[in-house]
Design a protein around this ligand. Structure first.
Ligand code: NAD
Length: 352
């Protein structure tokens, strides 16, 4: 990878390579854009196949955080931390060493919990730094808020695409019934939606079938259903050249991160099939709204009010995409860039 060429193209400000001899820590902290505020991004621990793959992950995910916050007008920037390690080799010493690096950035980077780190691990990191979010009891965890945001996103999409304000009687296929998926099923059922669900874990599907009378389908069948909305709430990369041809739902609106396997190709493919895709980093921004509110002093009413922005922002993206003949993916990127540019101009005016 030509490092400076890559970060110039992607728009990153700074990359930190962190090494600690004693704990054998190898970590990368990527700071994408701090025009709107300090860079925030959770830290994941993963046995990356190569250092280049770890760097790519940090670069891509930190840029995603910038876009997410910018689209929703949340005054923070985009960052991401990756620790290159096997989860079996995760030690307190390693986590504390990482925490000391975060502390050295003095608030320029604020982090939290992601893949292979538990809330307990994040508390260990916090023992060395003040710049950690998502460990407080006050927010009640991000998943219910994320699910509520996805629910509001589904409302925006059905209103725009199906011209209906009522969800009653609509059919929604939910892939993945973990922390977010099960909460989403609750909100949808409350509004009279007929649920179709899949999960690799049979206990999860039986639970949702029992609670909400959902129809359970095999994991590979979920794409092919004749439903109004497909809600991916499991893994990334599920929208690709193998799955998209089977999708009959006119709307895709779910919580999973990085749903498009190839952002450019797959967003065009969805567009060509007339499918309305809700950009994942916008519709799943409830988690970020939750941690941001924890950072500024949690006020539930405030957090739930900000969630409504997910509905408004998605509407803005749908309208812009239609007017400018763009994919919704491209329209959301342009919206984020507009908000960042406006913030930069405002700062220049204040400095003059
Ligand atoms: P989770 O780990 O609690 O749940 C994921 C569920 O998906 C599990 O039940 C798992 O068995 C199931 N699953 C895995 N592979 C599957 C497959 N092929 N088919 C069907 N089911 C499958 O995760 P979560 O917290 O509910 O998050 C779900 C997604 O939303 C993730 O992509 C996550 O990155 C994203 N997200 C979550 C939050 C949050 O607040 N938790 C915020 C933003 C984005």
């Amino acid at each position: 990878m030509k490092l400076f060429e890559t970060i110039k193209k992607m728009g990153h400000e700074q990359i930190f390579f962190c090494h600690d001899e004693e704990s054998d820590l190898k970590a990368i902290i990527a700071i994408h854009d701090t025009s709107l505020g300090p860079a925030m991004g959770a830290t994941r621990l993963w046995p990356f196949a190569s250092e280049e793959k770890a760097l790519q992950d940090a670069l891509r995910l930190s840029r995603g955080m910038t876009y997410k916050a910018a689209c929703l007008n949340i005054p923070i920037g985009g960052g991401k931390g990756v620790i290159i390690a096997n989860p079996e080799n995760k030690t307190d010493k390693l986590l504390r060493a990482y925490g000391r690096f975060v502390q050295k950035l003095n608030g320029r980077f604020i982090t939290g919990q992601d893949v292979n780190l538990s809330v307990e691990d994040v508390r260990t990191i916090r023992s060395e730094t003040n710049y950690v979010v998502g460990v407080s009891e006050k927010g009640g965890g991000p998943a219910p808020v994320t699910a509520r945001g996805v629910f509001l996103g589904i409302k925006a999409a059905t209103e725009f695409c199906l011209r209906t304000q009522e969800l009653d009687g609509l059919k929604v296929a939910v892939q993945g019934l973990g922390n977010v998926g099960k909460n989403l099923c609750h909100y949808l059922h409350e509004h009279g939606v007929k649920l179709f669900v899949s999960d690799l874990n049979r206990e999860n599907t039986e639970y949702i079938k029992h609670l909400y009378g959902a129809t359970v389908v095999e994991p590979n069948e979920i794409y092919c259903l004749d439903v109004d909305v497909f809600a991916p709430c499991a893994l990334g990369g599920v929208l690709n050249s193998a799955t998209i041809p089977h999708i009959k739902a006119p709307i895709i609106a779910g919580a999973a991160n990085n749903q498009l396997e190839d952002e450019q190709i797959d967003s065009m493919l969805l567009e060509s099939k007339g499918i309305l895709y809700c950009p994942d980093y916008v519709i799943n921004a409830g988690g970020l709204i939750n941690v941001y509110n924890e950072m500024i002093g949690y006020d539930e009413e405030n957090a739930w009010r900000q969630l409504k922005n997910i509905y408004n922002t998605l509407m803005e993206i749908f309208i812009r995409a239609k007017q400018e003949e763009l994919t919704t993916h491209e329209a959301s990127k342009r919206l984020a860039h507009d908000h960042i540019l406006r913030a930069k101009k405002l700062r220049e005016c204040v400095a003059k």
